[in-house]
Design a protein around this ligand. Structure first.
Ligand code: ATP
Ligand code: MG
Length: 262
């Protein structure tokens, strides 16, 4: 069975998609079989891997409404071991479909759909939208773990309590196995005092929930603000192939190494 990890936060622009794409690509580079699932109507993960709308007819929306099986919408990518389930703006319609309170188990639709392919992959990485609506609830209900990217900027920890409450509520109700894999500081700039302060706050409050390459090390994995990371989606590639020796690439490779180590 695969390990399912959602990259989630209701805050916009914190590095969810960047983390999903580059963690998935790094895990695939290590030789793990990875399914990257785009469940955000913005479809940034799909675009980041170079796909345009004309490249695929069906997407995760059709799977969630029951018109297609998951295996029918999986795309091969340019990266060995990495497959993609694309998204599309049409996915906004799912909130309406899921809104009907009479619809039984509407939080568990994605979990149910994943069963079909779960044994084919070591990891399923889910990129979720910046909201705590039914799409993200479906993602978290289907997941073993959540990784929460924290942008090292002003307001970084704002809204975190709400997200953590949602996780603990889901744990108590529909998904008891859900665990926080960790917090990932993103867009860190060593020149910027605010960045340093956010990182210091994270180390103070959530030391055991950061990622460490070496056990007992004080240096946690931090994704730097890195121009190669920002450029790579426009080339349709993860930074790990676009600029494999860049600092951004190294951070995501390190993250993958820690996750495989378990
Ligand atoms: P949304 O909430 O809209 O889905 P997101 O949380 O998925 O956003 P991203 O799309 O990953 O965030 O990142 C937001 C923007 O910041 C993108 O343009 C991305 O290329 C850029 N970015 C992300 N991480 C870095 C980084 N470490 N260095 C430089 N730019 C970055
Ligand atoms: Mg995104």
């Amino acid at each position: 069975m695969s390990e399912v990890i959602s990259i989630a936060s209701q805050k916009g622009g914190v590095g969810k998609t960047t983390t999903a794409v580059n963690l998935a690509a790094s895990l695939a580079d290590i030789g793990k079989k990875v399914l990257l699932l785009d469940i955000d109507p913005q479809s940034n993960t799909t675009t980041s891997l170079g796909f345009t709308r004309s490249d695929y007819e069906f997407n995760i929306y059709h799977v969630l409404i029951g018109n297609k099986r998951l295996s029918e919408v999986i795309l091969s990518t340019n990266i060995k071991n990495l497959k993609l389930v694309p998204s599309n703006i049409g996915l906004v319609g799912i909130e309406k479909e899921f809104y009907n309170p009479k619809k039984k188990n509407r939080e568990l639709v994605l979990k149910d759909r994943l069963k079909e392919v779960s044994s084919r992959f070591d990891f399923i990485i889910i990129d979720s939208p910046p909201a705590l609506g039914s799409i993200t609830i479906n993602a978290l209900s289907a997941s073993d773990y959540i990784i929460i990217p924290i942008q090292c900027e002003f307001f970084a920890l704002e809204g975190l309590a709400q997200l953590l409450n949602t996780v603990s509520l889901l744990k108590k109700t529909i998904n008891p196995k859900l665990k926080i894999k960790g917090f990932l500081p993103t867009m860190y700039s060593g020149q910027n005092n605010l960045s340093k302060q956010v990182l210091a706050d994270l180390k103070h409050h959530f030391k055991s929930k950061l990622f460490y390459m070496k056990k007992n090390s004080k240096e946690c994995i931090v994704v730097p603000r890195n121009v190669k990371i920002a450029e790579s989606p426009s080339f349709g590639k993860p930074v790990t192939t676009y600029a494999s020796t860049s600092k951004g690439s190294t951070a995501y490779r390190d993250l993958a190494t820690v996750i495989v180590r378990g």
